[in-house]
Design a protein around this ligand. Structure first.
Ligand code: ATP
Length: 322
């Protein structure tokens, strides 16, 4: 393999730049040319790419977001869109592609490979940590750090005013960020999409525990929780306790931004490096994961089809320590 492409796709996550850097540097070391495509599959279809040398990826390992930018593309979901992308790759002699993104991006990569014979490797870049086959995704730990820092600040003001805060964190389908944030910030409760939310149970807990000793607290709510998100949950609880002051904070996109922490920089570096070595060895249609701190290659098919599952132990821990 003499020439590969790299792109970032789907939602951005801290550490994507570190991953692109690792791809470029590893490829260069192995005499493989690299073209970086802007705005994910959009750039691939528009042939909006740039040659990347090891010097082009200087000073980006510590930066959040992605300098290649990212996009969500409807056209790439069509066979015609993918044919356009494949023709652009072929015209430049690009035989392999590293896709840094989430499960949607990997679905697109799998189709591109099956339909047009392009070798593809995926690096899991998403703050949600919901991909099957890897213990961690690039950006997840940084997103948790950001959420914990914010909740620590909210706790200061909650305690000063005797307030009950409902803090909404990202996670439309997955409660990983909420669960870890809840444990690390010592939250009084965590509501996640994977388990049914029982408002009566929450109210019961608040009644016994809060009315005895506590007058302030934090409940973490994943945005996709079946209780309806932080505003809805707060409203339901407030109606049971008209004398209490409840507040809602939605952390939103702050969780996507910011410098990647050391863990994510190292994870992204390892994954980008492993993806290029895998392409060089002739591997394709796999995601680079880490399992028990070892690099593991997982068929894209599996990574897409299955979902990472929430640890029952961590759920118990939240309950035990709240
Ligand atoms: P995140 O988890 O951060 O949302 P993602 O990679 O899952 O990241 P998506 O928006 O779902 O984000 O997918 C990114 C892009 O991948 C889409 O905009 C589209 O171009 C492509 N894609 C997604 N699903 C498919 C599909 N079924 N077929 C072809 N391409 C797809």
């Amino acid at each position: 393999m003499k020439h590969i492409g790299v792109l970032t796709s789907g939602g951005d996550s801290p550490g994507m730049n570190a991953c692109v850097r690792a791809v470029v540097r590893t490829a260069t070391l192995n005499d493989i040319q690299v073209t970086g495509f802007y705005r994910g599959y959009e750039g691939l279809m528009e042939n909006d790419g740039v040659p990347l040398t090891r010097y082009d990826v200087r000073n980006i390992i510590h930066r959040g977001g992605t300098f290649l930018q990212t996009a969500r593309s409807q056209e790439f979901r069509t066979p015609e869109g993918r044919a356009k992308a494949a023709a652009n790759l072929r015209a430049q002699g690009i035989e392999g592609l590293v896709v840094i993104g989430g499960d949607g991006s990997f679905t697109g990569a799998k189709f591109l490979s099956e339909e047009h014979g392009i070798a593809v490797m995926g690096c899991p870049g998403t703050i949600d940590n919901d991909l099957f086959g890897t213990d961690y995704t690039i950006g997840y730990q940084t997103a948790v750090d950001t959420a914990v820092e914010a909740v620590d600040k909210i706790r200061d003001t909650a305690a000063s005013h005797n307030r009950l805060f409902f803090v909404e964190v990202m996670g439309r389908d997955a409660g990983f960020i909420a669960l870890r944030t809840g444990i690390a910030a010592g939250a009084e409760g965590v509501l996640i999409p994977e388990t049914p939310t029982d408002i009566n149970r929450l109210v019961g807990y608040l009644k016994t525990d809060f009315q005895k000793k506590r007058r302030s607290g934090i409940i973490i709510v994943a945005e996709g929780d079946d209780g309806g998100g932080a505003y809805d949950v707060a409203q339901k609880v407030q109606s049971e306790f008209p004398d209490w002051e409840t507040k809602v904070t939605v952390l939103g996109h702050t969780q996507r931004g910011g410098k990647p922490n050391a863990f994510d920089r190292i994870l992204a570096s390892r994954m980008g490096h492993a993806a290029v070595l895998a392409l060089r060895e002739g591997r394709t249609r796999e995601m680079v994961g880490v399992q028990g701190n070892q690099i593991a290659y997982v068929p894209l098919e599996q990574a897409i089809k299955h979902h990472a599952t929430i640890s029952p132990y961590l759920l118990e821990l939240v309950d035990a320590l709240s």
